[in-house]
Design a protein. Sequence first.
Length: 234
Amino acid sequence: MNQPRTKLYLIPTILAEDTQHQVLSPQIVDSIKNLNVFFVENVRTARRFISSLKIGKVIDEITFIELHKDTPENVTMEHMRSLREDAGVLSEAGCPGVADPGAVAVGIAHRLGMQVVPLVGPSSILLALMSSGLSGQSFAFHGYLPIDKAERKKALQQIERDARQHGQTQIFMETPFRNNSFLEAILEACAPDTLLCIAANVTGNDEFIKTLPVKNWKMNKPDLHKKPTIFLIG
């Protein structure tokens, strides 16, 4: 008789504080209840998130395995090989594996023959695209653009050309504390009639999502400091 395959559950987390009861499905909560091993980007925030669900799990009995951008792949491989029970990947915010180091664990899971189980949950990237009014038929996600000003301007101008030539929505982001200076760079690099969507603190109480031409944004710039934000050009 074949042994059941070990499963790796991909568990989305909240995007904005205190929204767990609004945006997380019962399937996510049940999966967390039933798992005792989690790959996480930050142990402290993962512990706090699970505690906030108030599901009766004893946090100190859970095994948390760090998986961040600097974790060597061979270290994660060893952890994955040693699994004797189902495990979960918890994103820091949103969906694991999407702009998230959890993708490393997922790739290893496939190589080891584990069953990968994605759970439905909030993704700031897809929610921003859905609500932007820009093309959802063809789009590209670039993650973080270069920090160097000259390189960043070059990247933004190339992104703008791609949007115009291919009718393709271009999606990107920045570290929240640099959002305001990043917005200035977008407005400086892009043509006045280019459409820019700003989606800030998606699903939060102060959620802000608006699409306007660049020239309109220049006249009324929002304060995005420390607010998780997705930018889209179309």
